[in-house]
Design a protein around this ligand. Structure first.
Ligand code: KG4
Ligand code: ZN
Length: 356
């Protein structure tokens, strides 16, 4: 076997996950445990998430090692999500990993959760490499970027308020669908007519031009408010139950339209028609289909299977290997951070993207 064995640990939100990658980035063992407890509350309760990680992390790592046919002593490099995310939840993963690595005298690499999402498609498709335009859409982030190479990113746009996944979750709650809302909206939308209710496309106007701040940026809170108004009206008319799937379809269409339209602007601006979709919302079938359709036959959509699109330890192990190869070993005082800068990300104020 070539290259070090990497163990990746992910505990930034409500999935406790561990994965072992071999030297060729093949997944030898991978366990993802989703915490059910949050369903009762209709959203992630940070304190409960941290406790659940603490209770399950040993068993999750053991199961991943078993599947890989190795023990903790065989691990050469430990990778862990250090941020961004829920601080208590992150700390469980970071402290566990530091303790194990220190005991065994192995290096630890702190991984940025969203860079992990960027690497996820490459675990299944070796061709999912830069250059690409990346759309990262999760429960906490919505980022549009250009990746010139691994570790060399230009931020084009981001959300000014709610993240895309957050909008799916909030709209699902309004429609009395369970948490997490994304898959529920997708399911309901299958039997809905997206044209029955017209919802706005926030921050998407035809008069926007490259160089203007809002050309690539997103906003989802106005869309959510429009759904609040619509749901209120349908409720007063006593037809909400009947209209639920139509509202879900209209919302999904509006969110996907904005995400795809802004991504296509980035494709035009960069001249790069390879688009990588990452983060939990990239599991959305309508988003995948629309992106492929509007990108056309000359474009390529890079994305992971739904299992690897959602939070998982394998993408963290993969990103950890990349950072380890650059010599980025964390000091023992590595700590978790609720927010942290995206490594290798430069910001463009004038939206000009230099192509290498
Ligand atoms: O990346 P992720 O697993 O966790 C974070 O880093 O936040 O993303 C979770 C988000 C949730 O908001 C969830 O509702 C959304 O991804 N999601 C989806 C779908 N599956 C998960 N959104 C739309 N369609 C889906 N099929
Ligand atoms: Zn995530």
């Amino acid at each position: 076997m070539t290259g070090p064995l990497v163990l990746g640990i992910e505990t930034s939100c409500d999935e406790t996950s561990a994965a072992v990658l071999d030297g060729e980035n093949r997944i030898l063992g991978h366990v993802i445990l989703s915490q059910d407890v949050h369903r009762v509350f209709g959203g992630v309760v940070p304190e409960l998430a941290a406790r659940a990680h603490l209770q399950k992390i040993d068993a999750v790592v053991d199961a991943a090692l078993d599947e890989a046919g190795c023990t903790l002593r065989d691990i050469d490099v430990f990778g862990v999500t250090a941020g961004p995310g829920l601080i208590g939840a992150l700390l469980v993963g970071v402290c566990w990993t530091k303790a194990a690595a220190f005991a065994l005298g192995r290096p630890v690499v702190g991984v940025h959760h969203m860079e992990g999402h960027l690497f996820a498609p490459s675990l299944e498709d070796p061709g999912a490499e830069p250059p690409f335009v990346g759309l990262l859409v999760s429960g906490g982030h919505t980022l549009l970027l250009y990746a010139r190479a691994w570790g060399e990113y230009t931020l084009l746009g981001q959300t000014r308020d709610d993240a895309a996944g957050e909008a799916f979750d909030k709209v699902a709650k309004l429609l009395q669908l369970p948490y997490p809302g994304g898959p529920e909206i997708q399911r309901a939308a299958l039997s809905g007519d997206p044209a029955r209710h017209r919802l706005p496309r926030p921050m998407l106007r035809s008069d926007q031009r490259p160089g203007q701040d809002d050309y690539f940026d997103f906003s989802f809170s106005g869309l959510k408010t429009a759904v609040v108004d619509l749901v209120g009206r349908l409720g007063r008319e006593g037809v909400l139950e009947m209209e639920r799937d139509h509202v879900a379809a209209a919302f999904q269409d509006a969110a996907v339209d904005v995400l795809v339209s802004k991504t296509l602007r980035a494709v035009e601006e960069t001249g790069c028609s390879r688009v990588l979709l990452g983060g939990g919302v990239s599991a959305n079938l309508r988003l995948r289909e629309e992106m492929a359709r509007r990108l056309g036959p000359d474009g390529v959509v890079l994305r992971a299977s739904p299992r690897l699109s959602l939070d998982n330890g394998a993408m963290i192990a993969r990103a950890a290997r990349f950072r380890f190869d650059l010599g980025e070993i964390a000091p023992l005082d590595l700590t978790a951070a609720a927010s942290m800068p995206f490594p290798g990300m430069t910001h463009t104020s004038d939206s000009t993207v230099a192509l290498a």
